[in-house]
Structures are given as C-alpha cells and as structure tokens.
Design a protein around this ligand. Sequence first.
Ligand code: SAM
Length: 299
Amino acid sequence: MSKSNKTKKNRRKDTPRGADLRMTGGLRPSKKLGQNFLVDEEVISEIIEGSSIDESSLVIEIGPGMGALTEHLVERAGRLVAIELDDRLIPVLRVKFFGYDNFELIHGDILEVDLEELVRREKEEYSLTNVRIVGNLPYYITTPIITKLLEKGTGADSITAMMQKEVGDRLAAEPGTKNAGAITYQVHMYSEVFKVVDAPSDCFYPAPKVDSVVLRMDLRDEPAVKVSDEEFFFRCIKAGFMQRRKTLLNSLMTLGDFSKAEISEALEKAGIETTRRAESLDMNEFAILADCLKETKNR
Ligand code: SAM
C-alpha cells in the first residue's frame, strides 16, 4: 500500500514539553470538535510534500484549526479554501492569514458544504488545473468525511488526510483481506491509496489516546470495477459486512429483497461458494456477485 513508509522511532510517549495552552494562545482545545493540533514539524512537512501542491492547485483544507498546515499550504497553493467549524478559531485564522489574497475561510461544517459547487466556481474563476483536499481530520467524523469526498463527485484529484491509525489501516487494506471493511471497497473503487507518514500521539497537542496515520487517496478517472448499479453494489457490500462472521448466503439476506434460493443461485452463477464470507471477496468478485443478484430480479 505504501509509496513511502516512514515511521518515527524513539519518540516520547507524552505530549512534547512546552506543548501546552501557550501553543493555542490560551484557547482550550475542544474534545467534542476533535481538536488535536499538529505540533510536529517533521510530520507537517511530510504532509505538505506528500500532497503535491503548486500554484496551479486549488487546495481545500478541512479543519485548519490554529493554521499549522494552513501556513505552509497557503504559500504553495494557487488558492486555499479552508473550512472550519469552531467559532473561536475564525478570528484567529482571519488575523493570521489577513495578508494572503489566495486565502479564503469558510465558517461551516465540512459535511454541509457543497464541495462540488465550490470546486466548480473556484476552478472557473481562478483557472486552476488540479484540486487537492488536505486535512488533519476531526476523528469523530472521519468516515462520513471520506465517504462524502469519495461519493459525491467533488472533482478532487487527491485527498491527503490524517486519521486514526486503526481507521487508516482499514481504508488502506486490500479488499478481500482480513483488515478490510465495507469502506475499504468504497475507497479502492474510487481511488488508489498510499501511506504518507505515521504520526504517533506525541505529534499533537493535546496528545490523543491513539496513534495516527496520513493517507493519500488519488482519485481514479474511472471506478476500479464496472457494475450495472453502483448503489446496489455498495448495498451488497454493506450487507455482507454488517454480519461479517456469517456466510454470504446468510448475511445477504439482510438486503431484504432476496430469498435464500435466489442468493444461492446468484452465488453459484458468480462462481462463489455459499460458505464464503464477505471479507474473502475481492472487488471483482463482489462486482460479479452484485450483478448476478441484480439479474435474478430482472428476469
Ligand atoms: N489542522 C489543524 C492541525 O492540524 O493542527 C487542526 C486539526 S484538528 C484534528 C481538527 C479541526 O477540525 C479542528 O480545528 C476542528 O475545530 C475542526 N472541525 C471539527 N469538526 C468540523 C466540521 N464538522 N467541519 C469543519 N471543521 C471541523
């Protein structure tokens, strides 16, 4: 999975000395908003280097916080649009980036912003040729953010995102292996995934309880596999993983639209044994199975 595979060694386990409220100008980090601010220059520089940004890039930053990544992104990007939810950080960011005419701040919820429209407008107005989404994500909504970025055609070329290591491992797992989950198939359907860098908990203030990883997802021009109905394909995958210990013959019953005989027939047609579980199917097998199931209804 990894383009580069850097791990920091011999790190302190606690928050670095001096990383206290002085680093946030007295502002108390909000747990509820997933605020763990990046304080490690090495990791920051890996993220910036790993994002392939230049003056032809529109960069959308999710959750700029105090601006640790923003201050580097804004120097390289053609345009930087940062989206931050916390009211308290808005004046801080406005003051910090006052002098940059390529900087725009949206005070809002990333899950609510119409990214498609934002990208269309920005690209048109500023003649930018590539779109890079970057963020040290608020961990409480990592999955909805990634799903939104992949599902809705935002027109992004890449997503470089810091997330909890455990979630990153799931996203980057190969479909058809033990670590895979339903979201793995979604990520691989629409992107190629690479690890940029590991980030132990002491890279942040306050230090989270878990380690983190930065992944880069390069969006594909075409989905990895062809299926007759993408929505149904993902419904099948979700049903398969909802009860991942069960065989496909049983777990696919939760789709609700098929009898056991129909599922068994589709599995046989797809060349998949009825005793197999969702986690053992690769993208191609799930694609064939979804199409065979669909056919049983269309007869
Ligand atoms: N980028 C900064 C850094 O690396 O130091 C902050 C990262 S912190 C993990 C996540 C940031 O996302 C916080 O600034 C938080 O306020 C913001 N945030 C939380 N929920 C958000 C949402 N729904 N939409 C936009 N920003 C959000």
